[in-house]
Write a protein that binds this ligand. Structure first.
Ligand code: C2G
Length: 449
């Protein structure tokens, strides 16, 4: 009996998939089809899959060509499967020509002609409207956003808004390869031509821009801090919900697959009861940067606080008992370095942020049975360990991470707009509001609002 194996995501099952499976089956007597898990697809950079795995498996089953369906969840599995099931032929579409030649050491490799003019990507585009995105603010993060948005399908950056002509000109030069319309005068006019906005302007402008956009029924992805007070933050989420649009705070680590895996490990009970979380985020900002020159809204906390507070709120929750701050301030009166202590009923946490002080950017979660350590830069979460009293035992994790992390946040935003991530757990409104409540304590102390 000749055994054939083939693999795929089979998202939004279409004619191309059907014809591939039909011809794969005809190559032998028994067809094994491997359907990828979402995790594996994320790992290989496919982050926009729409159908859940059960639906994708069901669709393959319905064709009647598969004698056996298996799940593909890790790199290197193809070799394992070929040996495990005694496979004679590996086959896949011609879009992969050459990629799987290494399997020739184990079985025959056949590339079948791909069906032209049909793909899941095309269907994703036609089933769902492509979101036209406008960027508010044209600084460093806006440039990175434009570059990363290319990797999240379903969204296209069409315009940018900034009344600061000098900044706009720099942005235009840096992003000259993209077709981005520029608006420097009227925010309302800019909003008219987009479906969603990414707010990447200076901190103190976030609330107004977000509110106006939400009231104009636009989806909003807003850089941190979303607002300066808990009340404002709550109001914004309420407006979003009343207007049936998405509001998401752009704390990118929350959306990274590695960080999600770290949370799963922490919550699995592997390290026992959680007693302490320590998170540090520091970057020596250039002397001319906004964070170092703005005497009112500059400083390490407002710039990076959200990043370091996010894992604490995610792991220990929103109901802390007290929060206190200690800063080293500069001559402008803004903080070069701030330590935040948070006390919970049965746990404690420390966040450290620096813009003119450099420290180790690690995340440590201490429990009664062991601890998790994500080495610097923990916010990209490319690797982490679980360690125990017995130092010879270390569980090492190396989740996949591509780009600079923004694409995961963007792809979550698109998923939410389409309704797939409606009940998202990655960073809930409640958690974002809890982070703003801590921001509020800080700004009140500094008397800047
Ligand atoms: N296919 C095709 N014609 C199309 C589209 C897809 O023949 N118009 C084929 C692909 O070449 C692949 C199969 O259908 O053999 C499934 O395609 P996808 O769901 O896009 O999966 P893919 O990302 O190609 O995964 O480990 C996974 C495999 O490497 C392939």
């Amino acid at each position: 009996m000749k055994k054939v194996i083939t693999y795929g995501t089979y998202d939004l099952f279409h004619e191309g998939h059907y014809k591939l499976l039909e011809r794969a089956k005809a190559l032998g007597d028994y067809l094994i089809v491997g359907v990828t898990t979402e995790h594996f697809d994320e790992w290989r950079g496919k982050i926009n899959v729409v159908d859940p795995i059960m639906k994708r498996i069901e669709n393959v089953k319905k064709t009647g060509f598969a004698d056996m369906i298996i799940v593909e969840d890790h790199e290197g599995q193809k070799i394992e499967d070929i040996q495990k099931y005694g496979v004679d032929i590996f086959t896949v579409g011609s879009d992969w020509v050459g990629t799987f030649d290494y399997l020739k050491a184990f079985c025959d490799v056949v590339y079948l002609d791909r069906t032209p003019n049909i793909s899941s990507t095309m269907l994703r585009g036609s089933n769902y409207k492509i979101t036209k995105m406008g960027i508010v603010g044209t600084g460093r993060i806006a440039e990175r956003f434009v570059a990363e948005a290319r990797y999240a399908s379903g969204l296209i950056v069409t315009s940018a808004y900034n009344p600061d002509i000098e900044s706009v000109n720099k942005f235009k030069k840096k992003c000259s390869e993209y077709e981005i319309a520029i608006e420097t005068e009227q925010y309302d006019r800019f909003l008219e031509n987009v479906d969603a906005v990414y707010i990447a302007s200076t901190h103190e402008t976030h609330y107004d821009y977000v509110k106006k956009a939400l009231l104009a029924h636009k989806h909003v992805l807003c850089e941190k801090p979303l607002a300066f007070t808990k009340k404002d933050s709550e109001e914004l989420y309420d407006i979003a919900s009343d207007n049936n649009v998405v509001l998401m705070e752009a704390i990118k680590a929350a959306y990274c697959p590695g960080f999600q895996q770290l949370l799963n490990v922490v919550q699995s009970g592997k390290i026992g009861e959680i007693c302490d979380v320590e998170a540090c985020f520091s970057r020596i900002a250039s002397v001319n940067s906004r964070e170092r020159t703005d005497a009112k809204y500059g400083g390490a906390f407002l710039e990076y606080g959200g990043n370091a507070l996010m894992p604490i709120i995610k792991i220990l929750g929103k109901d802390y008992k007290s929060v206190s701050f200690d800063s080293i301030n500069n001559e402008l009166g803004t903080d070069d370095y701030t330590k935040i202590q948070i006390r919970y009923e049965n746990a404690m946490a420390t966040a450290k942020v620096g813009m003119a002080v450099k420290s180790e950017g690690q995340l440590i979660v201490a429990g009664t049975k062991g601890y998790v350590i994500a080495q610097s830069p923990w916010w990209l979460t490319e690797k982490f360990d679980v360690r125990y009293e017995d130092e010879t035992i270390i569980d090492h994790y190396e989740p996949k991470f591509v780009g600079d992390g923004l694409r995961y946040e963007i792809s979550e935003f698109v998923a939410k707009i389409r309704g797939n991530g409606e009940k998202s757990y990655k960073l809930t409104a409640g958690e974002s509001i809890a982070i703003t409540a801590i921001v509020e304590e800080f700004v009140k102390k500094k008397n800047i609002i």
